[in-house]
Ligand binder design. Structure first.
Ligand code: IMP
Ligand code: MG
Length: 191
């Protein structure tokens, strides 16, 4: 446990078991294929690195880093692409790997972007789903856990760039972000 954490929502062991299960499903579904895993930086790195080691099929890995222009513009889905795909994904089976789907806006536009590249297929793996916050419908083909409408950190997810290294998913003590003039949602919108 960490002094800034109010509650552990998902333990390290629960995450490991779920990632293994998702890896087995993905390996079965992509049998005979060689998907490219596209991780959304920075939050998805921990999930992606564990997930890829649970795959028994050949795969390649690439990353994108999209940053929304702040809370207001985020809601209109305007993003700055800090890092685009490095490889050409035309005719590839793309598996987008996300840490959490919240409003769904990031994933929606990422899916549109990937689909426009003449890929063979595109699917989504997301460790966490916060359905109560959804503003646009998005498909999640491989889902880890649903979480309540609370700001969570750990296993890749941050608050103010911190806590990504925690091996579990936890809820921050309110006093950690009380007193900052940036509520978690807006901090996230910078990312
Ligand atoms: P969306 O575009 O609103 O679905 O936001 C997706 C991104 O917001 C995720 O990839 C995360 O980086 C971030 N995010 C959303 N909810 C949380 C949270 O509870 N903790 C940390 N990051 C979050
Ligand atoms: Mg993210």
């Amino acid at each position: 446990m960490h002094p800034d954490i109010k509650q552990v929502l998902i333990t390290q062991a629960q995450i490991a078991a779920k990632v293994k299960e998702l890896g087995q499903r993905i390996s079965r579904d992509y049998e005979g294929k060689e998907p490219v895993l596209v991780g959304a930086l920075n939050g998805a790195v921990v999930f992606l690195s564990d997930l890829m080691r649970c795959l028994t099929i050949p795969c390649t890995v690439d990353f994108v880093h999209w940053s929304s222009y702040g809370k207001t513009t985020s809601s209109t889905g305007v993003f700055r692409i800090l890092k685009d795909l490095s490889e050409n994904v035309e005719s590839r089976h793309v598996l987008i790997v996300e840490d959490i789907v919240d409003t769904g806006l990031t994933l929606h536009y990422l899916l549109e972007n990937v689909r426009s590249r003449n890929v063979a297929s595109v699917r989504v793996a997301a460790l966490l789903d916060k359905p109560s916050r959804r503003r646009i419908e998005v498909p999640i083909d491989y889902k880890g856990f649903e979480v309540p409408d609370e700001f969570v950190v750990g296993y890749g997810l941050d608050f103010a760039l911190q806590y990504r290294n925690l091996p579990f998913i936890g809820v921050l003590k309110p006093e950690i972000y009380a007193g900052t003039d940036t509520p978690p949602d807006e901090v996230e919108a910078r990312e």
